[in-house]
Design a protein around this ligand. Structure first.
Ligand code: NAD
Length: 340
């Protein structure tokens, strides 16, 4: 466990179990210099507790970087609940998790993530106030999509010389909560849409409602287009897929898009502009964080518009210093997280 903590640079790793409800939970706290750790909780099947802890640790680190660059007074954390084969009561399990969060006295604030829902957050809220994205707080996904849309325009301006998306060929991989809402905005802006999703129903919906052209996941990554938009799972940019890309820009919502940090240089070498994922997809976190602080929708929307300015700054630094935007973003975040 200490090796996992050291690899991700965690401040703390908390574990709890409750045999009555089947709860086995891990809370990873990465960095609280800027404020309490905020990050979602996953409820997924894991092969063992080590891989669950490693997942929580890496994701917590990503949240610290995301919150820091978004200018939020929060640190990074993430929770993982190991999903058992059978639970007597899902509600009781999430209430037990709420009691675990309460023991940390506000050092960790949770939110929706893969495998959890606003209804689960409501169960947690019965035990602690350190929870966001409940049914009353609302879904962050449309705000993530809004931020990614603004980030795509900023990226198009930086690489293609225009932020008018009309007539641009844009390939969206993954049409879930974020991807579909984003595809709607791209279609409304006049983009020619190519789309893929593992779920044929989502794909059909985009074809019927948005006039999008369907592709298989494999074909989409190599289809000639202006902008490739990953909105499915992480790790989509690896040496093999990057070699196949046929685009000028990669800018999408998925977390941890780079399979390893060196892929950022490979994208640079191929002349492809990469929007650092945790910068362009920070709209959901901004929504959740500011909503938790009681901000108005106008204040949240104003904060969201800063995503495109931040990306434009990162691109300018990257060009001036002949470095990849991913390296520039990491360094800017690290200056905030680890000041000398
Ligand atoms: P989601 O589960 O609602 O949707 C993901 C969609 O992608 C699904 O329809 C799935 O079938 C599809 N998909 C998965 N792998 C695919 C593949 N290889 N090819 C094509 N389609 C594939 O998830 P979401 O909430 O829309 O989030 C999408 C991504 O954005 C995730 O990586 C998530 O971590 C990240 N993200 C989401 C938010 C948010 O507010 N929801 C915020 C920040 C980052």
């Amino acid at each position: 466990m200490f090796a996992i903590m050291q690899a991700a640079g965690l401040e703390a790793l908390h574990l709890a179990q409750d045999p009555h409800t089947g709860l086995q939970a891990i809370i990873a706290i990465h960095n609280t210099r800027l404020g309490p750790a905020l990050g979602g909780c996953r409820y997924l099947v894991y092969p063992d507790s080590q891989s669950a802890a490693a997942d929580a640790a890496l994701l917590a680190k990503g949240m610290s970087y995301k919150a820091a660059l978004a200018g939020l007074p929060f640190g990074g954390g993430k929770a993982v609940l190991i999903r058992p084969a059978h639970v007597p009561s899902r509600a009781a399990l999430f209430e037990a998790f709420g009691r675990f969060i309460e023991t940390l006295k506000g050092r960790y604030i949770t939110a929706v993530d893969s495998g959890t829902s606003a209804a689960d957050m409501d169960c947690i809220a019965q035990q602690t106030q350190h929870v966001t994205s409940t049914t009353t707080a609302g879904d962050p996904s449309p705000h993530t999509a809004m931020g990614v849309f603004a980030g795509i325009r900023a990226s198009a301006l930086a690489r293609l010389g225009t932020d008018d998306l009309h007539g641009l060929r844009i390939a969206v991989q993954g049409l879930g909560h974020v991807g579909f809402a984003l595809a709607e905005q791209l279609a409304a802006a006049g983009a020619e849409l190519l789309v893929s999703d593992l779920d044929p129903g989502r794909l059909q919906l985009a074809v019927e409602q948005l006039g999008a052209q369907p592709r298989t996941t494999e074909d989409l990554a190599s289809s000639p287009c202006d902008i490739f938009v990953p909105c499915g799972l992480g790790g989509v940019l690896n040496p093999q897929t990057v070699a196949q890309l046929h685009c000028a820009v990669v800018a999408g919502a998925a977390n941890n898009q780079l399979a390893n940090p060196e892929v950022a240089e490979q994208l640079e070498a191929r002349g492809i502009l990469y929007a650092p994922d945790y910068v362009i997809n920070s709209g959901g976190l901004i929504y959740v964080a500011l909503k938790h602080q009681g901000a108005s929708l106008a204040e949240i929307t104003n904060h969201l518009t800063q995503i495109s300015t931040r990306l434009t700054d990162i691109y300018a630094h990257a060009q001036a210093e002949n470095r990849s935007p991913a390296r520039v973003a990491d360094q800017l975040a690290e200056r905030l997280l680890y000041p000398r």
